[in-house]
Design a protein around this ligand. Sequence first.
Ligand code: MN
Length: 242
Amino acid sequence: MKRKEFLKNSAALGLGFSVLSHTAFGMGTTASNPYSFVQLQQSPLKYGLDGLNGAIDKQIMDLHYNKHAAGYLKKLSGFLAKNEIPGTDLFSLVQGDLEADFLRNNLGGHFNHEIFWRSMTPRITSVGMELMQKIEEDFGSWEKMLEAFSTAAATVFGSGWAWLILEASTGKLKIVQSANQNNPLMKGESNFGYPLVGIDVWEHAYYLQYQNRRKDYIQAFAGIVDWDFADTMYHKILNWKS
Ligand code: MN
């Protein structure tokens, strides 16, 4: 895609979205959007509980996936049912008015973890040429992007996340943080944009294995990032409006 076209498209990203019916990615049963894989259920871990080369151990993954993340989903499902809100389009919901903290926290909790599980893999992966060029354009180099990501993850105060996003207003890749279970797609976040990958830096994500050494966890995470997923997300987001 030419730069001019990209800017035109990225400007449109922040406006209303039309529903595309194509199923190129085949992951959702509802409207196709870049995050159609986020449904009102937990996606199975493609690498199992013990498949991340020791970067995150089985005990953490078991508690994280089966207790913490499952808990967000259960509370989210209960809230939606009680308030008669359909749970079929969580992508629209996450960008909507989340006045109730309970909804914000549990929708964010579910949404974020569904991205997080996909952000990791034991496989060796890499981004394609277009995303690599974009990273070099927006960060200066691959290494600088990684450094910014690690620094952001290390400096989240308390519980939260660090993300590589495609910022809606500028069309640029950025590294951002979000507090608690907020997501860059939520209203009020300072850099509204589309996550490509994210790291959970809540203590429940690493403490049993790394104790207070969050930087060691971040370093281990950097070795298992699924860059194929990031690349897929990048193209899904760009293609979504075209
Ligand atoms: Mn978590």
